[in-house]
Structure formats: C-alpha cells, structure tokens
Design a protein around this ligand. Structure first.
Ligand code: NAP
Ligand code: ZN
Length: 346
C-alpha cells in the first residue's frame, strides 16, 4: 500500500517527503495509522551512519503510536479502532533461546529493527514511524492505554523501555543510590522510573540549567559533571549508574563514582568505543554492563506500569517539517525532554 513518509536518501541528505509501498496486511498482521512518533537520538545516529552503513532510503522513527485500521484474519489481540504502538523491533526468529525467554531484542538470528533493517526474508527493507501508517505482525504490536496522553506515551516505546528494563534487571529500588547520566530523552525516563521504584536518584549532567527540571522530575540530587568539587564529593557514592550519554565521555571518571560492587550500565550508544582502564574496575570490584531496549512482554509490562502510575514522557510536539531543528537542539542537549512528531503534519 502507498505510504507517505519523510526519508533520507543517503547519509548526507536532509529528511524530505517520500512515498513507498508497505506490504499488504497478512493474516497475522496489524495495520495502524500513525498519530505520533517520538524522536530518538538513535534516529540521528542512524541517518548519519554513525554506527554502521545504513540502508537507504531510510525512514526513521521507532516510538510509534496510533490507531488500528485493519487486522489480518488470524489476529486475536487487536481490533479496528484500538490504540496500538510499536517500538524498535517488528520481528524476530521467535524460536531461539533468547526469543523463548522473551528477550527478542537479543534474538540470536538478529531481531528485525523497525527501520534500517530487513524483514525476515533478508531483502525487504523496513521503514519506520516518520510515516502515516505501518503494518506489523501482531506479536510486535503493543497495547496502549487510553488513560494516558497519547503523544506523551510514544517515547515509552524506546526511551521508556530502554531505561525500565535495566532498572528491573538489576532490581534497582529502595535502599539503592542510582545516578542517571545525561538528562535527555532516555535520562528523564530513567529518573522517573528510578524514583517510581524507590531509589535515591541523582542526575549527573553537563548542563547546570537542567537542575530545576531534574528535581521537578523527581530526582533527589543534581551534580554538574564539569565541576571538579561536585565530582569529588560524589566519589564512591552510587550503587548503580545508568549511562544514557550519546557522545564519547570519560568512563573512568564515572566509574570512580561507584561504590564497591557498583554497576555502570551503558544504554547510551556513542559511535566510538570507550577507553576503560582495568584499574577503574578492579579497584572496588566494579562491573561495566549494558542493556538494549527490552523484550515485547516487558515492554507491555512497562506500558501497563506507566498507565497504572500515570507515567509519561515530558514532550515537545513538533511539525515534521521542523525535524532538523529538533535534531540540532537535541545534539546541543536542548531537549525538554523528548520531541514527538505530530504525524498529522506529514
Ligand atoms: P538525548 O535526548 O540527546 O540525550 C542524551 C543526553 O546525554 C544529553 O541531553 C546530555 O545530557 C548528555 N550528553 C550529550 N553529550 C554528552 C557528552 N559529550 N558528555 C556527557 N553527556 C553528554 O539522547 P537519547 O535519545 O536519550 O539517547 C541517548 C543515547 O542512547 C543515544 O546514543 C541513543 O542512540 C542511545 N539509545 C540506546 C538504546 C538501547 O537500547 N540501549 C535505546 C535508545 C537509545 P546533559 O545535558 O544532562 O548532560
Ligand atoms: Zn530509540
């Protein structure tokens, strides 16, 4: 079916209107019209080939919410008119050890990403949420509550699950001191979940002007990382660090802020590898870890948790024609705290 979108034709081109064909709705597919799509820093990394050579033309967007317009004959969980969402994945092998453990994001055959990826046939490119409609197999479509603001729910599909999943995995909660590094799209959700789970939360930021916002989001403390006195005072104080930084940064400095047995969890994905001294880890038996989005079951659990606890993203709604201004502001750290595209402006 004809689909309207914004795409980049190569890694130096700007996003511009483009149309393409999506597959027709198969027996196990759900088609939903996209109402809102969040803007993730991963969109920018990918259109710029920051991580690996991309598949072009590329339609970014993996924080997608909308309303179901068609379902296949065998679809059981959705009906026309339901709210629906899709995050970073649209498929996986479904049979490997990790898929069976509800960890489709770590599918041993490689999960199919929502864009900049190929369908299971290995040749049909996938196109993301900067578009007017999407067709996804039922297992990868999430139920969205009508109790929450729909636009502010979109970022939960990536920024939300990416911060919820590691905090759950490491059982971060009451009695723990959690530092969230970087107050952007992921970081502000990390603060909200950390606070909701009962942890004492500190934001470690390069932006002194974000202190009031951090506190309003529920953070208990705020540390400006460019101030040596504040860093010295924070040394060996955290049980966990949730690192959401999108650019190269000094891991050894952040590791020095962990207590003995502390864990530094990387969710940010800077293009360049980090330099980590063994001494930063062995002095204090520290762990350096990472986490990628979350499985479908956990994503639904997170969405249900957010509906029950009235948690959404703090957003700024934009017209799609202003996407490059939004990217420029995101790169400068000037994001409060997630841009969401109103797809009616496509
Ligand atoms: P974002 O909104 O741009 O936030 C990143 C924040 O990091 C900035 O607001 C800034 O916060 C801080 N920062 C930026 N450059 C920095 C530097 N050089 N040193 C220290 N701090 C810096 O980005 P996002 O959408 O949250 O994404 C963050 C990263 O996570 C990206 O790399 C993205 O690709 C990745 N990601 C990973 C997953 C996963 O599955 N693991 C999922 C989604 C996204 P302050 O102003 O507070 O310093
Ligand atoms: Zn994302």
């Amino acid at each position: 079916m004809k689909t309207k979108a914004y795409a980049v034709q190569n890694e130096t081109a700007p996003l511009a209107p483009w149309t393409f064909d999506r597959r027709d709705v198969g027996p196990h597919d759900v088609q939903f019209d996209i109402l809102f799509c969040g803007v993730c820093h991963s969109d920018l990394h990918q259109i710029k080939n920051d991580w690996f050579p991309g598949i072009f033309p590329m339609v970014p967007g993996h924080e997608i919410v909308g309303r179901v317009v068609k379902v296949g004959d065998h679809v059981k969980k959705f009906k026309v008119g339901d709210l629906a969402g899709t995050g970073c994945m649209v498929d996986s092998c479904q049979v490997c050890e990790n898929c069976k453990r509800d960890l489709e994001q770590y599918c041993l055959e490689g999960s199919t990403q929502t864009y900049n990826s190929y369908e299971r046939n290995g040749k049909t490119p996938t196109y993301g949420g900067y578009s007017n409609t999407i067709v996804v197999r039922e297992e990868f479509v999430l139920h969205i509550s009508d109790k929450l603001d729909l636009a502010a729910t979109a970022p939960l599909l990536c920024a939300g699950i990416t911060t919820y999943s590691p905090l759950k995995h490491w059982k971060v909660g009451k009695g723990h001191k959690l530092a969230v590094v970087g107050l952007g799209g992921l970081g502000h959700m990390g603060v909200k979940f950390g606070v909701a789970f009962g942890a004492e939360v500190t934001v470690l930021s390069t932006s002194p002007k974000k202190e009031a916002d951090a506190k309003a989001l529920g953070a208990h403390h705020f540390v400006v990382t460019s101030d040596p006195a504040q860093i010295k005072a924070a040394r060996a104080t955290f049980d966990y660090i949730l690192d959401t930084v999108s650019a190269p940064h000094d891991m050894n400095m952040y590791l020095s802020l962990l207590k003995t047995d502390g864990v530094h969890i990387c969710v940010g994905a800077p293009p360049e590898p980090a330099q980590v001294s063994a001494f930063s880890l062995l002095a204090g038996r520290k762990s350096l870890a990472g986490s990628g989005i979350g499985g479908i079951k956990e994503t639904q659990e997170m969405l249900d948790f957010c509906a029950a606890n009235n948690i959404v993203s703090d957003i700024e709604i934009i017209d799609i024609k202003d996407i490059h201004t939004a990217y420029d502001r995101m790169v400068k750290g000037d994001v409060q705290y997630r841009f969401v595209i109103d797809m009616a402006t496509l």
